[in-house]
Ligand binder design. Sequence first.
Ligand SMILES: C[S@@+](CC[C@H](N)C(=O)[O-])C[C@H]1O[C@@H](n2cnc3c(N)ncnc32)[C@H](O)[C@@H]1O
Length: 245
Amino acid sequence: MLINRIGLTKDETQNDQVFLLSVPAGEDSLAHRRHVCSRVIPQSQFSLTNWLDPEKVFGRKAPLHVDLGCGDGSFLCALAQRLPDKNFLGIERLLSRIRSSARKAASLDNVRILQMESFYAVRYLLPAESVETFYLLFPDPWPKRRHHRRRIVTPDFLKSVHVALEYNGVIYIATDHLDYFRKIRKIAASTPGFAIDDVDLDLPQSRFWLIFEQKSATIYWLALRKVSDSEAYTKIAKFFEQLRE
Ligand SMILES: C[S@@+](CC[C@H](N)C(=O)[O-])C[C@H]1O[C@@H](n2cnc3c(N)ncnc32)[C@H](O)[C@@H]1O
């Protein structure tokens, strides 16, 4: 019956991704109760073309923290538990990881999870100046040169992060990949409106953080803070000064 109504010709409901992405408005609460859990934002609560309304999604107004590529949700849920006065949104594209995150978030009122491509969500779904903190922990480094264009950090990505951040809001980026780190720093230095801050953090460890630590890999951190126009102007002036030297 449900299969007919959602327009599938055969029982493809075993494939949760197809099912979750195909289910019509009104049926998704049933779908995600059966297949995932109540912390995953159902399709009826957001539109691909309208801004997300964080107050509606979380049922309260609170500073918003967003974990981009949240993986299995270890970091997202541990931090949400530590900071109950903040709202935490985890964005992840893989359904198996969405499920792991959702299981961990089941008892946490301040966590929501969105199955979505991160750049799209930042650019088209998160309202301007709505995010206090972004976390981008161990983004896929795509080490082969011909794959570099798949990396998420680009000038456009950072511009969209800048728009979504509140003033003084920060994006924390961590990677074990030195070449990607250098590239990110370079893009950050030429993106107006960000200051590179010292990273002085006490954060719970994410799954990949633990994995890299166990391998004794060096982890490179970057904190980019959205600054006021006058701070941005000073930064640009300094940049041109350095060019002249
Ligand atoms: C190396 S893992 C890191 C996971 C987690 N942040 C951690 O530190 O344990 C990268 C994660 O980002 C997800 N991911 C990669 N590109 C993405 C994108 N464009 N949008 C959403 N998720 C993405 C992957 O599916 C994967 O779960």
